[in-house]
Design a binder for this molecule. Structure first.
Ligand code: AMP
Ligand code: ZN
Length: 458
C-alpha cells in the first residue's frame, strides 16, 4: 500500500486517488528566464520518480507540468538583453527541453504555458471577486483578500498573524492586508499586456497555476507538488484562490521536495550560486546526476559538492559491474528483492532504501555469476527493470564504463592493439609500458578469454 507524506496533514497517508486507478498530478514548472540549474533537476527528478513509480504501481497518471512564461523576472531579463519577452522565453524553453530530455525525465502529458491560459485566469478572478474574496486595490490592481478566507494558512500551518510576522511582505496603502496578493496587475508602459475587465495587464503568478491545474485536471484533483519554497506563499495562495472560487477542496495530496544546497545555502538563480544542468552533463553521464539526486530522500535537504558526483559514478559503476557480460534473460520473478524494493518505494518513495535493495541484488548477481549463470542473468534483468523504475541503469555497461574518457576511443583502441601485438611478440616490457601509458590517462584494461576491454576510471 503506497503511503505519501502530505504537507497539508503533516502525515504519511495511504494514497487513495479520487478515481480508482487514475491519478491527476500537477507540478509547478520553471520560470523561463535562464538555464535550469541542478536545484531544478532535483525537484523534477523527484517528480519523475513519483510519476514512474505511480505508473509502475499500475496507475494511469495524467501529469501536468506548467511553464511560467510571463513574470517580472522574465520582463527584467528581456529589458537587460534588449530582446522581446517571447524571444527570451523561447530560448530558455528550448534549453529546458534539451536538459530535461538529457536527464531522461518523462514528458508531461500536458505542458501548459501561462500566456495561453489568460482567458481562464480572468474567468477565475471574476469568480473570486463575485464570491467576495478579492477586490480592486487603490492602484487598480486586483488583490485576493486573505482575511476573507478562513482556511488561509492551512498548508503552511500558521495563522495570518504568524505568517505576517515571518514573511517579508510589503506594507502598502493599496492593499487591505499586507498578505493580500495580486491576481491581476495593470501593465506599466512597455510591458506585455492582455485586455481584462480591470484594464490591460497581466496575471499574478499564483493565479496561473490555479487556472491551469483546474482546467487540465478538474477543480478537485489528486496530487500537487513542487520544491518546499513553494509551500508559502505560492501553494498557500493557490489553495485560497481555487477554493474561494469553487468552494471545493483543491488538491488532496501536497508533495514538497527538499532543497539542493551549495555549502548550506540554497542554490538559486537570484543568489547567482548555481550550477546548470548542462554544465554537469558536459562532464558526467545523466544517470550520474540522477543517481546523486535520488541517493537522499526527496524531502531531505541535499548538499551538493562536485565530489558527490564522483561518488555517484562509483555507486553506479557497482551496478554496471554486476550487469557486465550477462546474457539477455527473462527477469527473475517473485523475488524478495522486488518485494523489498516495493516496500521501500511504497513508504513515501524512499529511494535511498530502494537503492540499498538494488545493491543487495547486485551483490547476489556477483555471487551467482560463477555458480548459476542463468540465475545471474535473470537477476540481472530484474536489476535493470527495477533500476529503470528510478530512471537509471538504462545504458549498456560497456558504454557506461567508457563514458567520460577524455581521450579519443580510437587512440585507446590503437594502444590496446599495439599492446596485444607486443604481448604476441612476448615483448613484455613494451606491453607493460603501454598499459602504464593507458593508466596515466585513467584507462584501465581488462583481459579475458573474449579479448581485451577497457574502462575509464575517474
Ligand atoms: P523556479 O523556476 O524558480 O520557479 O523554480 C521551479 C521549481 O524548482 C520550483 O518547484 C522550485 O521549488 C524548484 N527549485 C528551485 N531551486 C531549487 C533548489 N535549489 N533545490 C530544489 N528545488 C529547487
Ligand atoms: Zn505553481
Amino acid at each position: 500500500m503506497l503511503k505519501i507524506y502530505n504537507t497539508l496533514t503533516r502525515q504519511k497517508e495511504k494514497f487513495k486517488p479520487l478515481q480508482p486507478g487514475k491519478v491527476g498530478m500537477y507540478v509547478c514548472g520553471v520560470t523561463v528566464y535562464d538555464y535550469c540549474h541542478i536545484g531544478h533537476a532535483r525537484t523534477y527528478v523527484s517528480a519523475d520518480v513519483v510519476l514512474r513509480y505511480l505508473r509502475f504501481r499500475g496507475y494511469e497518471v495524467n501529469y501536468v507540468r506548467n511553464i511560467t512564461d510571463i513574470d517580472d523576472k522574465i520582463i527584467k531579463r528581456a529589458n537587460e538583453t534588449k530582446e522581446d519577452v517571447n524571444t527570451v522565453t523561447k530560448r530558455f524553453i528550448q534549453a529546458m527541453h534539451e536538459d530535461f530530455a538529457a536527464l531522461g525525465l518523462a514528458q508531461p502529458d500536458h505542458e501548459p504555458r501561462a500566456t495561453k491560459y489568460i482567458p481562464q485566469m480572468i474567468t477565475l478572478i471574476e469568480k473570486i471577486i463575485a464570491n467576495g474574496h478579492a477586490y480592486v486595490g487603490a492602484n487598480g490592481d486586483v488583490y485576493f483578500d486573505v482575511r476573507s478566507f478562513a482556511d488561509y494558512g492551512c498548508l503552511s500551518h500558521h495563522n495570518i498573524e504568524q505568517l505576517e510576522s515571518g514573511a517579508r511582505v510589503e506594507v502598502t496603502e493599496v492593499k487591505r492586508d499586507p498578505l493580500d496578493f495580486v491576481l491581476w496587475k495593470l501593465a506599466k508602459p512597455n510591458e506585455p499586456f492582455w485586455d481584462s475587465p480591470w484594464g490591460p495587464g497581466r496575471p499574478g503568478w499564483h493565479i496561473e497555476c490555479s487556472a491551469m491545474s483546474m482546467e487540465l485536471l478538474g477543480e478537485h484533483f489528486d496530487i500537487h507538488g513542487g520544491g518546499r519554497d513553494l509551500i508559502f506563499p505560492h501553494h498557500e495562495n493557490e489553495i485560497a484562490q481555487s477554493q474561494a472560487a469553487t468552494h471545493k477542496k483543491f488538491a488532496n495530496v501536497w508533495i514538497h521536495g527538499g532543497f539542493l544546497q551549495i555549502e548550506k545555502e540554497k542554490m538559486s538563480k537570484s543568489l547567482g550560486n548555481f550550477v546548470t544542468i548542462r554544465e554537469v552533463l558536459r562532464e558526467h553521464e545523466p544517470e550520474v546526476l540522477r543517481y546523486l539526486l535520488m541517493a537522499s530522500h526527496y524531502r531531505s535537504p541535499l548538499v551538493y559538492t562536485p565530489d558527490t558526483l564522483n561518488q555517484s559514478r562509483q555507486a553506479l559503476a557497482r551496478f554496471y559491474t554486476a550487469l557486465r557480460f550477462l546474457p539477455n534473460a527473462a527477469r527473475a520473478a517473485n523475488t524478495s528483492f522486488e518485494a523489498a524494493f516495493i516496500e521501500a518505494m511504497d513508504d513515501d518513495f524512499n529511494t535511498p532504501v530502494a537503492l540499498s535493495v538494488l545493491f543487495e541484488l547486485a551483490h547476489e548477481i556477483q555471487r551467482l555469476r560463477e555458480k548459476d549463470k542463468d540465475s545471474a542473468a535473470a537477476h540481472g534483468a530484474l536489476l535493470r527493470y527495477l533500476g529503470n523504475v528510478l530512471g537509471v541503469l538504462t545504458s549498456d555497461p560497456e558504454v557506461f564504463f567508457k563514458s567520460g574518457a577524455t581521450v579519443d576511443s580510437t587512440k585507446i583502441e590503437a594502444l590496446i592493439a599495439a599492446r596485444n601485438q607486443a604481448r604476441h611478440e612476448k615483448n613484455w616490457a613494451e606491453a607493460d609500458r603501454i598499459r602504464k601509458e593507458l593508466a596515466a590517462m585513467s584507462i584501465v584494461i581488462e583481459d579475458s578469454a573474449s579479448g581485451t576491454t577497457w574502462k575509464y576510471v575517474k
